[in-house]
Design a protein around this ligand. Structure first.
Ligand code: CDP
Length: 239
């Protein structure tokens, strides 16, 4: 008997199920500040696909924990809370229980908190189905750390997008400077190094380049070049 996963739309006739339509996924994983979010969003726009910023979900858990006085190391309380998140993504904005929290999620405190709450299997399990529910036709581009290795193992295309840590620190520094935010390059570099270490050394869904992922090193290439690369390989892959 054919069992359909919940993320498949089924095509039926009066007699039987004839074929499941499985939405294709492009998984883009990589370290902090590699530009994967920008690239993923642009690729999704160009293909008319849905977009999942999975890091935003970890940020939302950190934000809600901060608000509710739950500490980053309270794995069970964090997991319970992550299971019952009332979140909505609407036109580039993020809402928690109806409150718009888009900018609040980007603060340094919440960025650090997101990487701390993300180490707990309780939190990762609680967010798994929510992430998979974003898979809808005509397709999904998902970015994060474990899109290709855990959440969408059967992704049609997997990209591991990275850049040297110095380049990533420079990019983040310029991004903050452009927003008029006072930033310290050395501090940003140290913070990225700490986050890289935490992401790649945790036991639950560590950041890794899987064997079936294509490496895209953007140290010497622009966002536009990275987008063009992903679109090119995605077409090759789909035909
Ligand atoms: O901007 P940055 O890449 O640092 O952050 P993000 O993609 O918004 O993710 C925030 C944090 O969530 C990261 O530091 C990761 O530790 C964690 N994360 C994760 O563990 N798994 C994912 N699929 C996405 C993010």
């Amino acid at each position: 008997m054919l069992k359909l996963p919940s993320d498949e739309s089924q095509v039926t006739t009066q007699e039987s199920v004839i074929a499941p339509v499985i939405a294709p996924v492009i998984a883009i994983d990589g370290p902090s500040a590699s530009g994967k979010g920008t690239v993923a969003e642009k690729v999704a726009g160009a293909l008319g696909y849905h977009y999942l910023d999975s890091g935003a979900l970890y940020r939302i858990v950190a934000f809600a924990a901060y608000r509710d006085n739950i500490k980053w190391n309270q794995a069970d309380a964090l997991g319970d809370m992550a299971q019952n998140l009332d979140v909505a993504f609407k036109q580039g904005d993020i809402f928690l229980e109806g409150d718009r929290i888009t900018e609040a999620l980007r603060s340094e405190e919440i960025s650090r908190g997101a990487s701390e709450v993300a180490i707990h299997p309780t939190v990762r399990e609680a967010l798994l189905k929510l992430q998979q529910s974003f898979r809808k036709t005509p397709g999904l581009v998902a970015d994060g750390r474990d899109m290709g290795s855990v959440v969408f193992k059967d992704a049609r295309l997997k990209i591991f997008l990275t850049a040297s840590v110095e380049t990533r620190a420079e990019r983040r520094f310029k991004q903050l400077a452009n927003k008029g935010i006072d930033a310290n390059y050395d501090q940003i570099l140290a913070d990225l190094q700490a986050r890289d270490l935490r992401d790649s050394q945790r036991s639950a869904a560590p950041l890794i380049q899987t064997d079936d992922a294509l490496l895209l090193d953007t140290t010497h290439c622009s966002i536009a070049q990275a987008v063009a690369f992903v679109l090119k390989v995605s077409q090759k892959d789909c035909n």
